[in-house]
Design a protein around this ligand. Sequence first.
Ligand code: DGJ
Length: 730
Amino acid sequence: MTVHYDEKQQTFHLQTNRTSYVIEIAKDGYLTHRYWGERLRRYAGAIPLRYMDRAFSPNPVPADRTFSLDTLPQEYPAYGNTDFRTPAYQIQLDNGSTVTDLRYRGHRIVAGKPKLAGLPATYVENDEEADTLEIELYDELLGLTVTLSYTVFNELDAITRSVRLENRGNRELKLLRAASISVDFADDGYDMVHLAGGWANERNVLRRPLTMGLQAVDSKRGSSSHQHNPFMALVRKGADEDQGEVYGFSLVYSGNFLANVEVDQYRATRVTMGLNPFDFSWLLQPGESFQTPEAVTVYSNEGLGGMSRTYHRLYRTRLARGEFRDKERPVLINNWEATYFDFNADKIESIARKGKELGIELFVLDDGWFGKRDDDNSSLGDWFVHREKLPGGLRDLAERVTGMDMRFGLWVEPEMISVDSDLYRKHPDWCLHVPDRRRSAGRNQLILDYSRDDVCDAIIGMLSEVLSSAPVTYVKWDMNRNMTEIGSALLPPERQRETAHRYMLGLYRVMETLVTAFPHILFESCSGGGGRFDPGILHYMPQTWTSDNTDAVSRLKIQYGTSIVYPASAIGAHVSAVPNHQVHRTTPLEMRGHVAFAGNFGYELDLTAFTEEEDAIVRAQVEYYKEVRPLVQFGDFYRLLSPFEGNETAWMFVSEDRSEAFAAYYKVLAEPNAGYRSIRLKGLDPDADYRIDGLDSPVGGDELMRAGLAVPQELLFGDFRSKVWRIRKV
Ligand code: DGJ
């Protein structure tokens, strides 16, 4: 049992293998937060809740001047009844008031983990893996029930939280905010780490000290976004990649989110994470309920690296699903940067054939195969084949590819509609829009209104037809703009601010239906690269196109930043042509391969234009990757040198039993008169000996981790140099 209820103390002690989390039902039934950190054998409450008459912290019970919610650490704080910090939720009543008051009413502890209706979430495969504590809070005046769910994964060492709000009264309620998690830390001795950037520059790792007041990351773009990932961590001062305390917060959601940190007057810190309350409201009629997305928390006392490895294991094995979750992912060749829109069946066949000769396993036909799509100005929504380019249809082309014993994959962008499309001409109200306003375009396209069931059903129908029309075994699901004029033709005025969240619920339903109907298709998500690289989508599609930026040097940062939360099995990484199309940099083919090895490997260039020498390099890369693929896709990941801290990057993958590893080192620019370099490995068995490429005799795991491994001297010279090693236990 991972949840212990102490009736006398009125505490809940949640224990994973390495973490404890303690909640106390305090005076008057308010739910307080007592401890979160390294696992405790038991909780006695040596630090009691402290009560004192504090100036300007009012008292809900006037007779008790020492009691104020403003000074208590809480689990799901309200607004308006004495706490002035950021509330976890806010509800407007039919009389206009926004004051609520939640008290403990009961709880239950269940083995395993109940499903979240309509939303992506982590799961268990058997009930031994986790227990779930559900605490029911109640506002007597309103008949409002708020159920806080805590799932405690013992081995996987994570605690997830979500909230269900139910209107059991007889008044109309309007949710103005409803966070998935709120947690109060006793002090502010932390830095905030988050992942920020933009298109082609996703997930830079940023670290800044907390200061009094608010600090936050969010998205108001209608998707999780290139700009901010739905993740943040509080990192103890002095903690780093390998040691010290880290608290990770990750939201299993793909739309507008907010991660807010508030340091209050006593330098206590409140973290709130969930749906972005900005431009959100949700009408809750009597009898209706609202389920928030899930927040996944991880405590690590082994620095950021420990936190990342916990997220990787959990997301790889208990968030991602389906046939491909535990299968090695195919090496692919994609025609996007090779041809853009300018291709025909013969050109595609020739690229695929060359790929096959070089050992590649999957060909992916990217944008431009449908409607009249010769550039990015038309045809989204017209999911029928472009006969001028592919006169024999999709099946003919797919069979030419599968006939070579290669898999065939297809690009789609099903959430979009071009104004220049048959679909738009027929259904001009099927896009997100508001009355009497212009419909702003992005890449000259509009967004289908997935908050509507009829639109979702139509898309499910169209895609099912396409996917059944040819032997397709991989789909790249793209999404290339953010939301504007967010409104739906079908919702009444008082529900218009539900549109963005209803869109996500519709999207999840469409994805769920299609991945269930086509279990043999490997789905990869994409949003102009990594604009929706989030845990929500990973529940349906086990891998994501990481960035439209395929430059090897940029990718060091992008992939390093992505690895803070996401496993390598989720990271799409391709070798592309030089000069690189996004940053115009020229790097050697060797380094481009070495960087792309650290994810789901592939090529995105015109292989038919390669010289024999280049062919030989590619053939060797594909062969090498296939050998290390199980380590990359299913091993433990260790970051060794950060591209955000200098000219070098290094990382490695270690098999679960520590018998094998794969390490990579990259140097961006040559430095004059540079010193000798070595890297200290991690994650090996200190008592075992390992054989390493290029070294005559075995070396101890302890030596490799404490003294290190020499970077070959020739790498001192020249820009964009790299080296990979295979390391095997003797
Ligand atoms: C954006 C994607 O990220 C690219 O890889 C490519 O598929 C284009 N869209 C196609 O329009």
